[in-house]
Design a binder for this molecule. Structure first.
Ligand code: LLP
Length: 414
């Protein structure tokens, strides 16, 4: 059975009706299906057998309970800040299980990560390599390192989330890579494990991934001829999900092709860093229609969730399916813009949607499990929603709704 579907025309998440959950916990509300999350995880695990490693990209959804569930199911983690590492540790994961990405890691963050015994630092520039050496030296440790290489492939995704082209700020240009690897291999406090890349996010076809993988395997070979033998190759995340139910990235096919390529390199452990593909379709954001407004040529559903709660539509013009919690309302008689309360024209959840909702009705924004809550903010002094995880008939508050006092914590009157 699907984890999120209608039963008797009421939207259900596992065995709970969404309307009942909204009544219990209020709106806006993030809901997650444990079953869907674990199904997604196990699918990757099945196509990517040990000793190859799956490092869940914490930034997609960093709620402690989500990390706890994934850690309990054998996840390793991809983190991009000391804060994310602290979350992993709090959730029962280990630093050893984590790879640390990010272009501008501070000396404090590197110190903390090395003190905790980080599994690998994904170094993004020649300058960062020198800093890691210094920090490791001052701590008297050897820093496990991978060098992030920019393979210069076009991921064919939104420009804000494409990362693997020459023009992007990420990684070391492929053309400059050899001397940086040689430098890394020569530094006394660097333990050079391998190489990594991440070409972008929400990628819907295997071609750019395979292109990048080929270039990375080629790099491994070129380094071997120089006597630098890597044992670790991290191909990043970026697996797209089908927001519009139009075509699917065939993850199984792509992964089997990579494993096939890798069979020529038995010394290599391969890593992936999926984020979105694990959590996106496990999450819904529920919002209530506060008002319907009709102008000369348009209808608006003014809802209680805005760009501060779910930023993706505003920031990337991302399209999320919006459905009525009561299926009877999913009819075709009115074309509506679903817009939020924040005082910006850019505060919308979707334009031109066919719905017949009225004031007080509930809407569900689909695929909200990834980069939903984690990108939320308090703009307009709006308290962020509660997050609730549903497991069969049970529901758990995994983050409480914020209150005004949470928002002004740390502020002082003159
Ligand atoms: N690894 C690295 C180094 C990354 O930078 C990212 C995402 C991932 C893994 C995970 O990518 P995924 O499998 O989730 O595509 N906020 C944007 C997405 C930004 C992704 C940033 N990096 C969005 O809402 O679409």
């Amino acid at each position: 059975m699907k984890s999120i579907s209608y039963s008797q025309q009421q939207l259900m998440i596992e065995q709970r009706d969404v309307a009942g959950l909204a009544a219990e916990y209020g709106t806006p509300l993030y809901l997650y299906s444990k079953q869907q999350l674990l199904t997604n995880w196990q699918k990757f695990r099945q196509f990517w057998p040990a000793p190859h490693r799956l490092c869940y990209a914490v930034k997609a959804n960093s709620n402690l309970a989500i990390l706890q569930l994934l850690a309990a199911h054998g996840a390793d983690f991809d983190i991009v800040s000391a804060g994310e590492l602290k979350r992993v540790l709090r959730a029962g994961g280990s630093a050893k299980s984590a790879v640390f990405s990010g272009v501008a890691k501070s000396a404090e963050e590197l110190t903390f990560a090395l003190q905790q015994g980080i599994g690998c630092i994904n170094v993004e520039s020649a300058a960062e390599l020198e800093r890691v050496e210094q920090v490791a030296q001052s701590l008297g440790v050897s820093a496990p390192v991978s060098l992030r290489v920019n393979p210069d492939v076009d991921a064919q995704t939104h420009p804000y989330i494409a990362t693997g082209m020459k023009a992007n700020k990420f990684g070391i240009a492929m053309a400059d890579a050899l001397p940086v690897f040689e430098r890394a291999a020569s530094l006394p406090h660097i333990e050079l494990l391998g190489a990594d890349c991440h070409i972008g996010s929400q990628i819907m076809s295997a071609a750019p991934f395979l292109d990048a993988a080929e270039r990375m395997f080629d790099l491994v070979e070129r380094l071997a001829t120089k006597g630098i033998l890597l044992t670790h190759l991290d191909l990043g995340g970026g697996f797209g999900v089908s927001y519009e139910d139009a075509g699917q990235l065939n993850v199984e096919h792509y992964l089997s092709q990579v494993l096939h390529m890798a069979s020529a390199y038995p010394q290599l452990t391969l890593l992936l860093e999926p984020g979105r593909a694990i959590v996106a379709d496990a999450g819904l954001m529920i919002t209530k229609v506060e008002y319907i407004k009709t102008s000369e040529d348009k209808h608006f559903a003014l809802v209680d969730a805005g760009m501060n709660d779910l930023l993706r539509p505003s920031l990337y013009q991302a399209w999320h399916d919006i459905i009525a919690v009561d299926e009877n309302k999913n009819c075709q008689d009115r074309l509506l813009d679903v817009v939020g309360p924040v005082c910006e024209t850019g505060c919308f959840l979707g334009h031109a949607r066919h719905l017949s909702v009225e004031q007080g009705d509930l809407l569900a924004v689909k695929h909200a499990g990834a980069y939903g809550f984690t990108m939320s903010s308090n703009y307009n002094t709006r308290a962020r929603p509660a997050e609730v995880l549903v497991d069969g008939e049970k529901s758990f508050v995994i983050r409480e709704r914020e209150h005004f006092d949470d928002l002004i914590r740390g502020e002082h009157l003159l």
